[in-house]
Design a protein around this ligand. Structure first.
Ligand code: SF4
Length: 294
């Protein structure tokens, strides 16, 4: 049986950069706090914890002073920086440059919409850390829409500026754009007042066609990612739609021997938050499970 690891899977450059910044700091100091989990992957969190990276939640952060805190790739709202300034908190900012650019664009759109009495809209998952950081750029006035059910909240007579969370699906974004255009027509409003920007990260959107090919080329696909990862859920959905013999696991301990019955080829892939070493562990475990005929 052939077992291969998807060469395009593993950490995106934003997550890799955040981990590198944490590791560099921990090479010189024993302890570094991270606001939220650095990556949606428990195994990697545990590995970094062993070298001194401790996740803290907002309650703890808001009651802290005089500490050093890493801001993860998802980014943060302005309040987090304000609190740091006022409480002698030393920030190591690992916000992904792609997210920083999106925050800047949303800030600009917010200023523009304030002047023209318009609305900033963000298509994404409510309460996701990236979305919290993006909403913060608009003093929390942006309207977050998760699905077409939410778009009743929009006022189609006003100027609208639509952005999208970096890890969303391009097809879902296109569907939202079409639905908004339809509503503008029904309201007899000016389509020229609606501007939309595809701000999905290239590291996510480019992976889809490649992942589909990888899934078609294997009898069984094992997709490895934390269950909390939005990117993981999205990419796993693609695996399952292309290859029904796909299984989502968070570590090699969840593998089931019967999944590999009659399989000639097994492909292992993962989300942008899945470390390569974890997929290698999965590959070794599968090889061990399949030594004996099932
Ligand atoms: S998925 Fe893209 S935007 Fe998000 S952290 Fe990775 S590189 Fe940055």
């Amino acid at each position: 049986m052939n077992i291969s690891i998807d060469p395009y899977s593993g950490f995106c450059f934003g997550v890799e950069r955040a981990i590198k910044l944490a590791e560099n700091e921990l090479a010189e100091n024993d302890l570094l706090y991270c606001l939220g989990d650095i990556v949606h992957n428990q195994e990697e969190i545990d590995r970094l914890k062993q070298i001194g990276l401790l996740s803290i939640d907002y309650d703890r952060y808001n009651n802290s002073k005089n500490i050093k805190v890493l801001i993860r790739a998802h980014g943060e709202p302005p309040f987090t920086y304000k609190h740091a300034q006022e409480n002698n908190i030393n920030i190591i900012d690992a916000t992904c440059p792609v997210v920083l650019k999106l925050q800047q664009r949303i800030r600009n759109a917010y200023k523009e919409m304030k002047e023209s009495n318009g609305q900033v809209i963000i298509f994404g998952k409510k309460n996701h850390p990236e979305i919290v950081g993006l909403e913060g750029q608009t003093a929390n006035t942006a309207i977050v829409i998760e699905s077409s059910d939410d778009i009743d909240k929009l006022d189609y007579r006003k100027p609208l500026r639509l952005f999208v969370q970096t890890t969303k699906s391009t097809d879902d974004f296109k569907a939202i754009v079409q639905e908004i255009k339809k509503r503008i027509n029904s309201a007899n409003s000016d389509q020229g007042n609606f501007k939309y920007y595809n701000t999905i990260c290239g590291q996510v959107s480019n992976r889809v066609s490649q992942l589909k090919k990888f899934c078609l080329n294997n009898d069984v696909v094992i997709f490895v990612s934390g269950y909390k990862s939005s990117n993981g859920k999205y990419l796993y959905g693609i695996c399952k739609s292309v290859n029904p013999g796909s299984h989502h696991i968070s570590s090699e301990t969840e593998l089931e021997k019967n999944w590999f019955k009659n399989a000639q080829s097994v492909g292992i892939s993962g989300a942008t938050s899945t470390p390569k070493w974890l997929m290698e562990n999965v590959a070794r475990e599968i090889a061990g499970l399949c030594i004996y005929k099932i």
